[in-house]
Design a protein around this ligand. Structure first.
Ligand code: COA
Ligand code: AMP
Length: 617
């Protein structure tokens, strides 16, 4: 069956389509209903960890590599077979159960890219507990907000992470977060890494290795398909992140299906998502999908450049026999910057690599052409979000590889009825830009709600266009049905593939004692795609050197949001462009910063304010 036919079936006969896909999963109780009360597989029971590990061992894959840990920052490489990974996970689940963690309890995981992070996630899944992984580049207050919202029974962390330029001590960050948070977890279990030992607080903190040494392996707890597998906080338009909920059943079905249909990967093959377990790409395509599909997954603790050189990715591909590589365009741009002629890619044998998939931000045509010329394989842009958990638009090479068009992530993936809507909610004609929306129902695997906040879920995603999910991206579909995603239409930005909220940064900047008001917008950056930039108006009487103020604001964002925000610039202006009703004209500011033509809104309070932004840049 060709792509268009598969796609048509997925929309017109969605229940039949997903019922067939659900056969790829081992259920404890098969779902009798594919979709009921707005949920997928609602009466099915399963365990995600069983599907990721136990079933493969039972089917004879025990001695196959499940996880390859490759860490150029420590010099360690280690392969875990499916049997070994299962053993680690079962014992870690036993350790957590011994600390009182059971079905429905939450566990926060604040860890670097070490195998124990993957093991911890799967151990939670095994118990039917709900993990919430917090990315290591966030500062203590961001961790505190997540701890207070998720209310974990246990926090799992490590003594340190290793960035190329420095050791990041996680434990002092965790301690600071716990001082700020109102919630008290029963225990913190700390993995002591050889690079740095953390101080443990007696009673509360446990040494991971010690706690594990006495733990008994534990079996899988059967859960409802609709029970949450994890909560992953992602940036919204305010300082309070959104807790995206992922259920067990729909997630397992969709991710399993995506490995063959979207990525064209077979069981036993090596798949590498060069991302971080703290992001959705890491959850879906470092941990769950490759293991559900019986593949070998790579856990890479390093960067595309500087660990030690721009050949690092190509070395890993050749050394471990990677068939499909998935990363962010920014990583390719970083490699291109240091190795424009692609000399590092010429040395290792890359003949086994079939496809390079890129996501996290729009794949700019320059990077597309460079990577295609370098590797001589299809370079595939695909578009998705934390909320969906798997691609919304892609070139589904496992079904039928369609011609590629630079600048487009090809067509909507089966299951996603993507529409371009105008401000009145009508479908835009081909080639006309509008809001990218998805007609309900969303396919399996997409978020059913926000954690403990059904109202915010409805207001954020379902209210603007009734009957549709609002993606927050703008774009268009061309006459051939190819989608073009042009960028966010809200206050979310993407910095080096990391999703951040300018609203959250504004809250921090506005807290500076000399700042009367401010706006933070994303401006284009040739390496990171976008970078945040602040515009601040000083309080009357505040006589500040702009460079000093900028330094203070940079430190505040680093301390309160984290280094990953990459906030480096804050410009002082006398006023911000606003409408007469006081709304800051952020969209117009974004246009000015991007050098795009803009229209001065008729409701503007003072047109000279726009000129001041132009002059400041
Ligand atoms: N723990 C602690 N700190 C972290 C961190 C982590 N897990 N990840 C990043 N940081 C820090 C970095 O050390 C850096 O700190 P600095 O300001 O002191 O130098 C800061 O956060 C910004 O990091 P990053 O955005 O990674 O920038 P970089 O200049 O170090 O590297 C790239 C640039 C392009 C090489 C890098 O961003 C990259 O590999 N991006 C790919 C992202 C990705 O995989 N995204 C997931 C979607 S697929
Ligand atoms: P995240 O939730 O971190 O995955 O970020 C999701 C957002 O990143 C999307 O809403 C888009 O704005 C952007 N994004 C991700 N992949 C792409 C892509 N291939 N093309 C354009 N934008 C993308």
């Amino acid at each position: 069956m060709g792509f268009d036919e598969v796609y048509r079936r997925s929309i017109e006969q969605s229940e039949r389509f997903w019922a067939e896909a659900a056969r790829g999963i081992e259920w404890d109780v098969e779902p009798a209903q594919v979709r009921a009360d707005g949920r997928w597989f609602a009466d099915g029971w399963l365990n995600t960890c069983h599907n990721a590990l136990d079933r493969h061992v039972a089917a004879g894959r025990g001695e196959q590599a499940a996880l390859v840990y490759d860490s150029p920052v420590t010099g360690v490489k280690r392969t875990y077979t499916y049997r070994e990974l299962l053993d680690e996970v079962a014992r870690t689940a036993g350790m957590l159960a011994g600390l009182g963690v059971g079905r429905g309890d939450t566990v926060v995981i604040y860890m670097p890219m070490v195998p124990e992070a993957v093991v911890a996630m799967l151990a939670c899944a095994r118990l039917g507990a709900v993990h919430s992984v917090v990315f290591g580049g966030f500062a203590a207050p961001e961790l505190a907000v997540r701890i207070d919202h998720a209310r974990p029974k246990v926090v799992l962390s490590a003594s340190c992470g290793i960035e190329p330029s420095r050791l990041v001590e996680y434990k002092p960050l965790l301690d600071a977060a716990l001082r700020q948070a109102g919630h008290r977890p029963g225990h913190c279990v700390i993995l002591q890494r050889p690079q740095c030992r953390a101080e443990l607080e007696p009673g509360r903190d446990l040494d991971w290795a010690e706690a594990l040494s006495t733990a008994e392996p534990t079996g899988c707890v059967s859960v409802r398909a609709t029970d949450p597998l994890y909560v992953l906080y992602t940036s919204g338009t305010t300082g309070l992140p959104k807790g995206v909920v992922r259920d067990n059943g729909g997630h397992a079905v969709a991710l399993y299906w995506s490995m063959s249909a979207v990525y064209g990967v077979a069981p036993g093959e090596v798949f590498w998502a060069a991302s971080d377990v703290g992001w959705v790409v890491g959850h879906s395509y470092i941990v769950y999908a490759p293991l559900l599909a019986g593949c070998t997954t790579i856990l890479y603790e390093g960067k595309p450049v500087g660990t030690p050189d721009p050949g690092a990715f190509w070395r890993v591909v050749a050394e471990h026999g990677v068939r499909v590589l998935f990363t962010a365009p920014t990583a390719i741009r970083a490699i291109k910057k240091e190795d424009p002629a692609g000399e590092w890619a010429a040395k290792p044998d890359l003949s086994g690599l079939r496809h390079l998939f890129l996501a996290g931000e729009r794949l700019d045509p320059d990077t597309y052409h460079w990577a295609t010329g370098l590797l001589g394989i299809p370079v595939i842009d695909h578009w998705w979000q934390t909320e969906t958990g798997w691609p919304i638009a892609a070139n589904c090479v496992g079904i039928e590889q369609l011609p590629l068009k630079p600048g487009s992530p090809t067509k909507p993936v089966p299951g996603y009825d993507v529409r371009i809507l105008d401000s009145a909610g009508a479908d835009c004609p081909p080639g006309t830009e509008g809001a990218v929306a998805i007609r309900l129902p969303l396919p399996p695997g997409c978020l059913p709600t926000l954690y403990k906040d059904d109202q915010r879920f409805t207001e954020s995603y379902l209210t603007r266009y009734p009957g549709h999910y609002l993606t927050g991206d703008g774009g268009y579909i061309d006459a051939d049905g190819y989608l073009y995603v042009m960028g966010r239409i809200d206050d979310v930005i993407n910095v080096a593939g990391h999703r951040l909220s300018t609203g959250a940064m504004e809250e921090v900047v506005a807290a500076h004692p000399d700042v009367a008001e401010c706006a933070v917008i994303g401006v284009d950056d040739p390496l990171k795609g976008q970078l945040p930039m602040g515009f601040v108006v000083l309080k009357a009487g505040a006589d500040r050197d702009p460079a000093d103020l900028e330094r203070e604001l940079v430190t505040m964002i680093r301390d309160r949001i984290g280094p990953v925000a990459a906030f480096r610039r804050a410009l002082v202006v006398t006023r911000l462009p606003k409408t007469r009703s006081g709304k800051i004209l952020r969209a117009t500011m974004r246009d000015i910063a991007a050098g795009r033509p803009y229209r001065t809104p008729s409701t503007i309070e003072d047109p000279a304010a726009l000129q001041e932004i132009t002059d400041a840049l």
